[in-house]
Design a protein around this ligand. Structure first.
Ligand SMILES: Nc1nc2c(ncn2[C@@H]2O[C@H](COP(=O)(O)OP(=O)(O)OP(=O)(O)O)[C@@H](O)[C@H]2O)c(=O)[nH]1
Ligand SMILES: [Mg+2]
Length: 398
């Protein structure tokens, strides 16, 4: 992949604490931004966080802070500044002028990772479309010709030599890509229709929670899994047999906070697999400090896709990596999330939320039999409801 061969660029990360947010929350967001930055192949050197009541229309954060960052950038030879929030085209331009380095916002960073990850021509077309849509309003003064030739984060992807051509050409490209996608969409939906009667199960969840690892485990296949964000971009579908019951299992792109909306748009048909499935397996990384917010993000993304009332099993993964600090008896500081034991978490999530849950470790192969039992029961139930006279195919097992 192109981005691994590139010399590592040095980045500063910039986040803002808005009204009603606290610093811990924004720090967690910046942890994720740092992970995204590393995934894209750059090195996060320093973070800047500023409390703001409302974004500065010119420079997003205050001009004093911008000045402080600018001197650090010139002293430390920083290559890029990455903002956790989306910047307007004019903010982007102003900040680039003042910082005198390349500036990316979260959307552009995610698009860049997607461009590096896209393997099939379908995924490439989707990402390319999203990148052009992002670019169109930002063409003027975004970067110089020279910089593009040198390459770097935010610069890979569609036609690195073509960006400086005018808007008209880009608009034409956008409509051509849309046409192309429409054609592939039709093919893909035909393929899905031809899959017959098998029950369809989809793995969903935040990025990096272990969906592909679980897919590999259940289907004994080799789907790319890696400790990087967005390891998977394309949807893979495999036939899985549990007990004597065959069903289709799909693994798809992970969700993330603030997923750029044009990306969601252009990934619609990748996500059709989720929309058309009979059962969702929501994989959660219970060892992640932000797992509860990740659950919320996934739930709201499912809502956007119109898939929130499908049958769903919540799979809490990575129980092997779970650690907590037990509080000392005379420690009078308030309890925090870190003081929850795995048992406490299990209790809260099983009892209070009325969910079907299972706690597993995909890499440690813990509790996989329990998961398979749940899968068997759920899939069988769906099959029986749908094909009441057809259960000879799947004789009852007691
Ligand atoms: N400790 C631990 N690590 C796990 C477990 N399951 C998966 N991982 C690791 O978590 C990382 C991400 O796994 P993936 O399967 O690629 O996650 P994904 O949800 O498919 O991620 P995206 O495709 O990026 O959305 C990999 O490094 C896995 O080895 C587990 O049960 N325990
Ligand atoms: Mg994956």
């Amino acid at each position: 992949m192109a981005f691994i061969e590139r010399a590592e660029e040095r980045a500063v990360l910039v986040g803002a604490i808005g009204p009603g947010q606290d610093e811990d929350e924004v720090n967690e967001y910046l942890d994720e931004l740092a992970f995204l930055t590393e995934t894209a192949g750059a090195l996060p050197i320093k973070r800047y966080i500023q409390r703001i009541d409302s974004p500065n229309p010119r420079t997003f954060i205050g001009s004093g802070k911008i000045g402080e960052i600018a001197s650090f950038i010139s002293e430390e030879k920083i290559d890029i500044a990455i903002f956790d929030d989306d910047l307007s085209p004019s903010q982007l331009r102003n900040i680039e002028n003042e910082l005198d380095c390349r500036v990316l916002d979260r959307t552009n960073l995610i698009l860049d990772i997607f461009a590096g990850r896209a393997r099939t021509s379908y995924a490439r077309t989707q990402v390319e479309l999203a990148q052009y849509q992002y670019l169109l309003p930002r063409l003027a003064g975004m970067w110089t010709h020279l910089e593009r030739q040198r390459g770097g984060i935010g610069l890979r992807g569609p036609g690195e030599t073509e960006i400086e051509t005018d808007r008209r050409i880009i608009r034409e490209k956008i409509s051509r890509l849309k046409e192309q996608l429409k054609k592939i969409d039709i093919q893909m939906s035909m393929q899905r229709k031809n899959r017959g009667k098998m029950v369809r199960v989809a793995l969903v969840g935040y990025t990096n929670v272990g969906k592909s690892t679980l897919m590999n485990l259940l289907s004994k296949s080799e789907v790319f899994a890696e400790n990087k964000l967005f390891a998977t971009l394309d949807t893979t579908v495999r036939k899985v047999v549990v007990g004597n019951l065959p069903f289709l299992l799909s693994d798809t792109v992970g969700f993330i906070r603030k997923l750029p909306h044009h990306l969601v748009e252009s990934f619609k048909s990748t996500l059709d697999e989720v929309r058309e499935s009979d059962l969702l397996l929501h994989v959660v990384d219970i060892s992640h400090p932000g797992f509860e917010e990740q659950i919320k993000v996934v739930n709201s993304t499912l809502k956007e896709l119109g898939s929130s009332d499908k049958p769903l099993v919540t799979i809490f993964n990575k129980i092997d990596a779970f650690s907590y600090e037990k509080k000392d008896e005379d420690d009078l500081t308030p309890l925090s999330k870190e003081n929850d034991s795995l048992e406490d978490r299990k209790k809260t999530w099983i009892a209070a939320k009325n969910l079907k849950t299972v706690f597993i470790s995909a890499t440690g192969k813990e509790n996989i039999e329990e998961l398979k039992k749940i899968l068997y029961d759920e899939v069988r139930q769906i099959h029986i409801t749908r094909y009441p006279y057809d259960d000879f195919l799947y004789p009852l097992i007691t």
